[in-house]
Design a protein around this ligand. Structure first.
Ligand code: SF4
Length: 360
């Protein structure tokens, strides 16, 4: 634990300074105690940061000497918006956040009937190597800190001028490959004295890291879990997602059952449809068989195509037929609405473009 904190601190421009958004209220209380300041100052500072106010000059109730202290002891503006695009089709917004060390991550803001939903990244790049994913093709940089995940929500929300209604950790990276920081982020986001976002409004998506799924099923928070499945059996899944070589379908689905038993919550399975690969009637029937008995929802996705991807998206007729067969098999299914297609809103495509530009 100590080593991880030190590593995180050392990543901050080679200094020992921490990023202000990485701290929760108890950490601020500890800080003000060390500095012999009154305890209520911790609450004031935390409250400004939880509103996404990183600019100390705007902290009207914090005296100048404390601001100077903060500037000396912390990194305050660790991330900035490097690029912002708005879809002309549906208003979806895409942000590329540039981090202090040159890495960048993508964040997507979408409007639903219920309000604004944000899809954030948990890592700059990804090690999981899913063959259909642009993030995997752009390589792995590093994991984000909890504050860098929170920063995406706060800064994008401030930019939009509206409170974020729900968060999905489904952007670049595998959240469970950055487990400790992910859990730290969930606590920061859920804290009623902080962002105060209801746990039921947060969803974490994994490609299927079984040990962390089991750990996650025991946390005391009603956060939703989404699992990228994309195939009904091991052979097919291995040809799409390398993680299937580490954990079998049996192990994965057992972990889903444990999650369901421990949390009493419904799981979502993400299933991208690839033409002639996993979109056949046999696959649909097999999927119904293997998922029978699990309290779940299946989210079908028209696969994203990008240069270098070995897969093509399914034909619309095949998508409809696949959905019909699942419904006939008793499954609850939705077809994910595509958003922001004109601004490359799908995971990793923009970062990949920027990364390639930097490297050329
Ligand atoms: S789909 Fe998710 S887990 Fe798989 S490579 Fe892409 S970012 Fe990583």
């Amino acid at each position: 634990m100590e080593e991880q904190i030190e590593n995180k601190e050392n990543r901050m421009s080679g200094s020992k300074k921490r990023f202000v958004l990485d701290l929760d209220l108890p950490s601020w209380e500890e800080y003000v105690k060390e500095k012999h300041l009154p305890k209520f100052r911790a609450g004031q500072i935390y409250s400004w940061y939880s509103k996404g106010v990183l600019d100390m000059d705007r902290m009207t109730n914090v005296p100048g000497n404390i601001k100077t202290m903060l500037k000396e002891d912390f990194v305050c503006e660790n991330m900035s918006i490097g690029k912002h695009l708005v879809s002309e089709i549906d208003g979806t917004q895409k942000f590329v956040f540039e981090l202090y060390d040159g890495h960048c991550v993508e964040t997507v803001l979408m409007r639903y009937k219920t309000g604004l939903s944000i899809c954030i990244s948990s890592q700059a790049g990804c090690k999981m190597g899913c063959r259909f994913c642009a993030s995997a093709h752009a390589g792995f940089g590093r994991s984000l800190t909890r504050g860098e995940m929170l920063g995406q929500v706060l800064l994008a929300g401030n930019f939009a001028g509206e409170r974020i209604h729900s968060v999905v950790v489904m952007g670049i990276g595998e959240p469970f490959d950055n487990y400790e920081e992910l859990i730290g982020f969930l606590h920061l986001a859920n804290d009623e004295k902080g962002l105060n976002l209801g746990a039921r409004h947060i969803t974490v998506s994994t490609c299927g890291l079984v040990p962390q799924m089991l750990q996650f099923s025991e946390i005391d928070m009603q956060v939703n879990l989404s699992v990228s499945l994309h195939a009904p059996n091991d052979t097919l899944r291995k040809s799409i997602m390398p993680i299937a070589n580490r954990y079998s379908m049996q192990e994965l689905l057992d972990a889903c059952r444990t999650y369901e038993r421990n949390t009493n919550r419904r799981i979502t399975f993400e299933y991208s449809l690839f033409d002639g690969v996993n979109d056949t009637p046999e696959c649909a029937k097999e999927l119904c068989r293997v998922l029978r008995g699990i309290h779940c929802h299946i989210n079908l996705i028209a696969a994203n195509e990008f240069d270098g991807s070995p897969f093509r998206r399914s034909k619309p007729g095949n998508v409809r037929a696949f959905q019909d067969l699942l419904e006939k098999g008793g499954m609850t299914v939705t077809l994910r609405r595509e958003m922001g297609t004109d601004i490359m809103a799908a995971c990793g495509q923009l970062r990949r473009g920027m990364q390639e530009k930097k490297e050329s």
